[in-house]
Design a protein around this ligand. Structure first.
Ligand code: WT7
Length: 646
């Protein structure tokens, strides 16, 4: 926590799109007269058929449903490409910076139009039509954006799977939504290391029957196997396709994409976003939150495998006709100046990144930053996890040289785009606070029993009314959608986050209050890691909790009970860590494995996670009531053998 407060600089409020007074007026309008507010905002898009209805939403069980602009028709790809052609066909849409400094690529809107149209035709030629699912498993190369937009152009639903996920995780996601086609590359590159994407797809497809074609981008040129009749080289498919592909008229509520994300229980959920509301939200937040002006070079450093990449690398930025930077690599390759060198190289005006990267760079010292100019930067953004005040101050003073406001944007895969943030021309900044709600967002803080807490307070964060960018369902399981988000506090969307509101009405996200952990800004369900662990032949039972981690924000702490007669050796510990990496992917690598002869359970057999969390957090002074445990002595063993990480 920090008491610092940075006022809005004069030149910012004077030139702001949204200053303090305008924020108040627009917020009130969106809250009290959503029809008028959203009718106007939705005009930022081109509609093939104008909508007459704006908002038709309810979070109540009796008439539950979420629809925005429901009788309108549009095409998302046409909004991101075609409508810019008249004015900015030769302006750069995408700047691609490769993993290692070298041959970058600049793609104009005209070229983007051709690439996407050809690919859209190639998809059609391979049997993909409106409503079909396409899985995209690509590195951060322009083809990822081409693929997403090509799907949108023909009304296919894309499901992007982050290239760091294992074959098993990929296969599960392909199977869940019955993808017809997969788009991948021979290999990815991250920090000079090769990622065997095509080999992972081959492995994943051994167990999924739905996929009939795989398009393969030649990226590294590495050797891969091509399966006859199934695998097609992307470049050949494109060369054979026509560059003329009319954009499919889509209803505003037709699905645009599925993106899998982890929850407290079960397998990852396919979060479904639709076309009209999502794009209005993406475009509006991209403009207001980042104070985007035509001609700005915008760089969101997130991977398109996450929602941040969907909304701000691709859809929001391109809907606004921006030049968006796509970076294939990592912040520390070839050295720790990489981010800021890219900023200088392309004269980036707006940079949007994750606290975990900032913490890692901060540790390496200021010199890496200071040897770059960064004079082009006007605004900085943070996303994905709470930013600690130390990292915030470093970002503000060292990276931004006290010139650039920081927008700390709180949102979720489910929300489609930013929900709470300071607005740079309107909001004094408090380091670590996501500040105030976006237009149309009605936050509410409640206690565990659902009692609404007013004023300065602390509790669980709900949103009481719908906004256009809200997810519409869980793919294939509408009931799970309702159960997960709208039953904890009936009539409200429950975010899963804890939150404090201070006396100035600023919101401070305190982290997840459910069994979700946030590792380096990546969301992991503890249940998923547990099921990976128990899938190992020697493991009887596992419980996973988060623990504080200086770089990752949270680390993964796993308690593992072995089968009878298995020995808890160092070798087995290493084996289990590798096992989880292999089952889920490197992002799920446990930081700690503590072997426990037994887990603390209530008499009814429920694991008491509260105790496990406290031990992992090294907060053992106050373990709370352990008298309800079936065997309280279990705790002594856990305490004695807890693993402390520096
Ligand atoms: C969870 C959502 C935001 C899109 C990328 C992550 C945490 C996100 C912030 C922030 C504090 C944040 C929350 C949220 N989170 N942004 N600015 N301050 N916490 O999307 O993978 O769906 O994760 O990330 O806990 O619930 P996601």
């Amino acid at each position: 926590m920090s008491d610092a407060i940075y006022p809005v600089p004069q030149e910012w409020s004077a030139n702001a799109k949204i200053d303090g007074a305008r924020y108040e007026a627009l917020y009130a309008e969106a809250a009290n007269d959503p029809d008028s507010f959203w009718r106007r905002e939705a005009r930022r898009l081109d509609w093939i058929k104008p909508f007459t209805k704006v908002k038709n939403t309810s979070f109540n069980e009796a008439d539950f449903g979420i629809k925005w602009f429901e009788d309108g028709e549009l095409n998302v790809a046409a909004n991101c490409i075609d409508r810019h052609l008249a004015e900015r066909a030769d302006e750069v849409a995408i700047i691609w910076e490769p993993d290692s400094p070298g041959a970058e690529r600049r793609i104009t809107y005209r070229e983007l139009h051709e690439e996407v149209s050809r690919l859209a035709n190639a998809l059609k030629a391979n049997g993909v039509g409106k409503g079909d699912r396409v899985t995209i498993y690509l590195p951060m190369i322009p083809h990822a954006a081409f693929a997403m937009l090509a799907c949108a152009r023909i009304g296919a639903i894309h499901s992007v799977v982050f290239g760091g996920f294992s074959p098993d995780s990929l296969g599960g996601r392909i199977e869940d939504c019955d993808s017809k086609l997969v788009i991948t590359a021979d290999e990815g590159l991250r920090g000079g290391k090769r990622v065997p994407l095509k080999a992972n797809v081959d492995e994943a497809l051994k167990n999924c029957g739905s996929v009939s074609k795989v398009l393969v981008v030649r990226h590294t040129g590495g050797t891969i196997a091509m399966q006859d009749g199934r695998d097609i080289w992307y470049d050949e498919a494109i060369a054979a396709a026509s560059p003329d592909c009319p954009a499919e008229p889509m209803n505003a509520e037709d699905p645009l994409f599925i993106l899998y994300t982890s929850g407290s229980t079960g397998k990852p959920k396919g979060v479904l976003h639709t076309s009209g509301g999502y794009l209005v939200w993406a475009s509006m937040t991209h403009e207001y939150v980042f104070d985007y002006r035509p001609g700005d070079i915008f760089w969101c450093a997130a991977d398109v495998g996450w929602v941040t990449g969907h909304t701000y690398v691709v859809y929001g930025a391109l809907a606004n006709g921006a030049t968006t930077v796509m970076f294939e690599g990592v912040p520390n390759h070839p050295d720790f100046s990489r981010f800021w060198q890219i900023v200088d190289k392309y004269q980036v005006n707006i940079f949007y990144g994750a606290p975990t990267a900032l913490r890692a760079l901060m540790r390496e010292g200021d010199e890496w930053v200071k040897k770059t100019s960064r004079k082009s930067l006007r605004l900085l953004g943070s996303v994905g996890e709470p930013i600690n005040p130390e990292a915030w101050e470093w970002y503000y003073h060292v990276v931004g040289e006290e010139r650039c406001p920081i927008v700390d944007t709180w949102w979720q895969t489910e929300t489609g785009g930013t929900m709470m943030t300071p607005l740079p021309g309107a909001t004094p900044l408090k380091p670590g606070s996501a500040a105030i709600p976006m237009f149309g967002v009605k936050p509410q803080i409640v206690d565990a029993d659902g009692k609404v807490l007013d004023g300065a307070t602390d509790g669980n964060l709900c949103i009481t009314d719908s906004w256009p960018g809200q997810m519409r369902t869980v793919w294939g399981d509408h009931e799970r959608f309702f159960q997960t988000y709208f039953t904890t506090y009936p009539g409200k969307y429950f975010t899963g986050d804890g939150c404090r509101r201070d006396a100035d009405g600023y919101y401070w996200i305190t982290g997840r209050v459910d069994d979700v952990i946030n590792v380096s800004g990546h969301r992991m369900g503890t249940a998923e890691i547990e099921s990976a662990l128990v899938a190992h032949a020697k493991v009887a039972e596992a419980a996973v909790v988060g623990m504080p981690h200086p770089l990752k924000g949270q680390g993964i702490y796993a308690y593992v009970t072995l089968n009878a007669h298995e020995e808890p050796t160092e070798e087995l510990r290493r084996e289990l860590i590798q096992w989880v990496r292999h089952e889920i992917g490197p992002i799920a690598t446990p930081d700690v494995i503590q072997f426990a002869p037994a887990l603390p359970k209530t008499r009814s057999g429920k694991i008491m996670r509260r105790i496990l969390r406290k031990i992992a957090e090294d907060d053992i002074g106050n373990l709370g009531d352990i008298s309800t445990l079936a065997d309280p002595s279990v705790v002594d063993h856990l305490l004695e053998h807890r693993q402390l990480v520096a």
